[in-house]
Write a protein that binds this ligand. Structure first.
Ligand code: ATP
Ligand code: MG
Length: 878
């Protein structure tokens, strides 16, 4: 069965069981401070488990792109070493969102268990005797949980009891993170070993023992609890089903393979890696691991880029960059791939994934460009690092490279310790790994301390369920706080997060910053709102303090000036997007935006630098639409398809509901939740202030509107007046500056000529002062020239001499300099060494130096000692 069919059957099965099939959420999470990447199918439904919001359907199924490389679920180190953990994988899942009122068609353990069994054994036809299941045995720790008898009983009805195994908390109690929804689970494991092996060792003894052929494929989680900040559990208002099955593992089982990498999900990519590297897969453990790492990481990185997350130096982008570099390094070290190669694999990946994930097909070119550029720059870094490592090994006394050096290589060149070790060992060196580990630990502690956050539990004071955003229409409204909690971070100190029954505050999203403003109490007391963000689909307001009486009614007031400026920039972003597609072409796609009150930033796909003419055309395009005074046409809830038919574009990496909001200005139509002006003429004037590259194939424009544009022109104008003033009110300041530059050049040349002449004079003078001391031509004297001029002088005086000893002292900017020159023949004959001499005489000027036997210099901080140093020179000849 082809992998595509495996996926399709899963979805069909649950569709027949009345499930609504929904799209995968983006893998890169943009608006959840607790999670960087989707690590399980349930993430996008978290709010429903917590009892916030109502799902459109109580039964849902999908396949979800997951990435497990950070936080609680991090499989990165396993990937490649084993054959069934990936960084990015697809999780097939079905859900029931409990319906406490009993109106919907939610279900719980019974259906979840019997349907899973039916699908695996009857639809997919996996032999029953190859399957084992586990049940949560309960715990005696602080949670003090009972055995999951319910699940036990349902399983007993369909599977012999000796195939039901007890599982402990580690394996059979699923938690998304340190806080949040969780519950006992029941896993299904499959034994794919040969009959012979099964005879020897029973499968039951290998379940949950990290055996590569006795693996977990499906986990049925029964969400019953919420883990609170203090670690305790509270019951959720309703019970839910959350299941997750590893798609790649299922394919392995159904295709009769022993490794995920031998399924059609991976083989085309592996064939391509073999072709590029000339290394065969399946021959040697070390190269096999490298090939698996590359095949796996290619998927993680490509899907992230398709989701709009480019490799970068911070946050999620940094995680992606590190995954990519890890793959490049495995290729470099173990497959001898010293040239960019990863981007060549994207094509194969796209062929395989395009049916379920069309974003890969549409963005193939961009993904290739970004990966190739990253490869180039990292390979360059690798080369520099290799040079540095080479030098470090040469300077190493003994046979052990210092842990500090290894750390420096890691920290600045991204050299992981195993690479350093490998290269060092090839040259017969070891590495002080203990010291390295210590430095790593120190660094980890530092960054942990810097980002440590403690999040308190919500204190609920209101029971109003409606949590409405009224900020499209109102900037002021009476509100009541529903709940609040305290959050402490090292950086921000104590903060309070407040949730209202309704709010005029816009929460950060769609690139637009969150609103600021304040709450006003009846007695006039103010509580400032410094930011607004969305979490679990709730609008959370950030305040430095808590109002004295949180249960009172407050007037919530948005900072109108900031909101107006931000709205101008958001509207400008839409017009800019339209203008870029019009002028540069339809290949332009939005890749990110940041809409602030002071400026806007817009990232988009385009292959080259924009010309000045293009920039002007785009600016004119936007300004023409401002001048046309286009009114805002807004539709709050339009069915998605209708919006697309009107010409709105959906962006990759964004999550849309069934109905969307559209924003229209003239012929620009966008799906957008942001705030906008009522009429484009409020933007006054649009001005691009910069255009540049952010990554291969991605450009960034920064621009301003309204007040900021006025300020921009005013500042430019003021500068011009000031320049004119300096130029004595010249009529043509450009010409006047040109004249000044010309004159300046002329003067510069004259000075150079004069200096040359002076140096000649000095040379003649000094030549005359040379005396004979102990048969040597000798001169020790103070000449106040700079170091380079003195060196010149020495070599010129010495050019036709073979018996010359010179010592010059100089004072420059309060510092002392000694330069000693000895003819090579003389140095050899009398065993003199300029380096030794300046080092010894350096003590008079409180400094040190060195050089070669025939020329050396010393610098010091005591010019008063120059006389003594010069006087001591004769001593070397007598
Ligand atoms: P394991 O113990 O094998 O790491 P898990 O307990 O972490 O699995 P869950 O969090 O329950 O797994 O995820 C549900 C399903 O997703 C698993 O049954 C498995 O089939 C699949 N899965 C989990 N992690 C990975 C991964 N890193 N790569 C591929 N599939 C995975
Ligand atoms: Mg795991």
């Amino acid at each position: 069965m082809k992998s595509q069919e495996v996926r399709a059957q899963f979805l069909r099965f649950f569709e027949e069981k009345m499930h609504k099939i929904v799209p995968s959420a983006p893998m890169v999470i943009k608006d959840d401070p607790t999670l960087m990447f989707t690590n399980a199918g349930m993430n996008q439904f978290k709010e429903f488990f917590l009892g916030i919001g109502t799902p459109q359907s109580h039964r849902v199924a999908d396949t979800q792109k997951c990435l497990r490389v950070s936080g609680k679920h991090n499989d990165l180190e396993e990937v490649g070493r084993d054959t069934y953990h990936h960084t990015m994988f697809e999780m097939l899942g079905n859900w029931s969102f409990g319906d406490p009122a009993g109106k919907g068609n939610g279900y719980f353990k019974k259906e979840a268990i019997s349907w899973a069994w039916e699908l695996l054994t009857e639809v997919y036809g996996i032999p029953k005797e190859n399957l084992y299941v586990t049940v949560f045995e309960g715990s005696t720790d602080a949670d003090n949980l009972a055995l999951d008898q319910e699940a036990m009983d349902f399983w007993k009805a369909i599977i012999p009891e000796d195939r039901i195994l007890m599982g402990d908390k580690k394996d059979n109690f699923w938690e998304m993170g340190d806080q949040g929804p969780c519950g006992p689970c029941s896993e299904i494991h499959v034994d794919i070993r040969s009959e012979e092996e099964k005879q020897k060792v029973s499968g039951a003894s290998l379940v949950n023992q990290d055996h590569p052929q006795v693996v977990e494929i499906w986990n049925l989680v029964f969400m019953q609890y919420n883990r609170k900040a203090d670690g305790s559990l509270e019951s959720l208002p309703a019970k839910h089903v959350d299941t997750g099955m590893g798609f790649e593992r299922l394919c392995m089982v159904l295709q009769g393979k022993q490794s995920n990498y031998d399924t059609d999900v991976f083989t085309p990519i592996i064939r391509e890696i073999e072709a590029i590297s000339g290394v065969d897969y399946g021959k040697q453990e070390e190269t096999d691991i490298a090939i698996r790492v590359i095949a796996d990481h290619l998927r993680a990185v490509s899907f992230s880029i398709a989701d709009g997350q480019l490799p970068s130096n911070t946050g999620a982008g940094y995680v992606i960059r590190r995954i990519l570099r890890r793959a490049i390094r495995y290729g470099f070290t173990f497959l001898g791939l010293k040239q960019p190669f990863m981007h060549l694999l994207v094509k194969e990946l796209r062929y395989m994934a395009q049916h379920a994930f069309p974003e890969l097909k549409v963005q193939q070119q961009l993904i290739e460009n970004v990966i190739q550029e990253e490869e180039r720059s990292f390979l360059k870094t690798l080369e520099q690092g290799l040079g540095l490592l080479d030098a470090a090994l040469k300077n190493t006394e003994g046979q052990t490279l210092s842990g500090d050096k290894a750390f420096e290589l890691y920290d600045t060149f991204g050299f992981p310790i195993d690479l350093t070790q490998l290269i060092a060992s090839e040259k017969g060196f070891g590495v002080d790994t203990e010291r390295f580990a210590l430095r790593m630990e120190e660094q980890k502690n530092r960054s942990r301390k810097a980002t440590e956050t403690s999040t308190g539990d919500w204190t609920v004071i209101g029971t109003d369920q409606v949590q409405e955003f009224v900020g499209y229409d109102y900037l002021e409204t009476d509100i009541k706080i529903q709940k609040y909690r305290k959050v402490t971070t090292k950086k921000e100190g104590d903060q309070y997060q407040l949730v209202f029954n309704m709010t005029p505050f816009y929460a950060e999203g769609g690139g637009q910053v969150g609103d600021k403003g304040y709450l006003e109490a009846a007695n006039g007391n103010l509580t400032y709102i410094i930011d607004t963000k969305r979490e679990n689909n709730e609008i959370v307001h950030f305040a430095k303090s808590l109002p004295r009486d949180p249960e009172a009614t407050f007037k919530a007031i948005v900072d109108k000036k900031q909101r107006r400026r931000t709205a101008c920039n958001h509207t400008a972003t839409h017009l800019l997007h339209q203008g870029l597609r019009e002028i540069l072409g339809e290949h332009v796609e939005q890749k990110g935006s940041a809409v602030h009150s002071k400026y806007l930033r817009f990232d988009f796909s385009h292959f080259g630098k924009m010309t000045v003419d293009e920039l002007r055309l785009v600016e004119n395009f936007v300004n023409a639409r401002i001048a046309a005074s286009l009114p805002l046409e807004e539709q709050r809830t339009v069915p998605m398809q209708q919006a697309l038919d009107q010409g709105a574009m959906a962006l990759f990496g964004e999550k849309y509901g069934d109905t969307v909001r559209t924003i229209k200005f003239g012929s620009s139509v966008e799906l957008c939740g942001g705030t906008h002006v009522q009429n484009t003429n409020e933007l006054w004037h649009f001005k691009i202030v910069s255009e540049g590259a952010v990554a291969a194939g991605i450009r960034r424009i920064e621009a301003i509107t309204a007040d900021a544009t006025k300020e921009f022109y005013w500042q430019n104008n003021r500068q011009l007046y000031e320049i004119k003033d300096l130029l004595n009110n010249a009529k043509d300041p450009v010409k006047a500056v040109g004249n000044l530059q010309e004159e300046n050049q002329k003067l510069q040349k004259q000075i150079e000529a004069l200096l040359k002449e002076k140096a000649q004079n000095v040379k003649q003078q000094l030549k005359a002062e040379i005396e004979t001391v102990a048969g040597v031509d000798f001169l020790a004297k103070q000449v106040d020239l700079d170091a380079a001029a003195i060196k010149n002088l020495c070599f010129e005086l010495g050019s036709n001499a073979d018996n010359l000893f010179l010592l010059f002292g100089a004072e420059q900017n309060g510092k002392a300099l000694l330069s000693c020159y000895i003819s090579k023949e003389l140095a050899a004959a009398k065993n003199l060494n300029a380096g030794t001499i300046v080092r010894e005489l350096g003590k008079f000027i409180q400094g040190g130096g060195g050089g070669q036997p025939f020329f050396a210099t010393a610098g010091g901080k005591n010019p008063a000692g120059l006389g003594e140093a010069l006087a001591a020179a004769k001593g070397y000849l007598e």
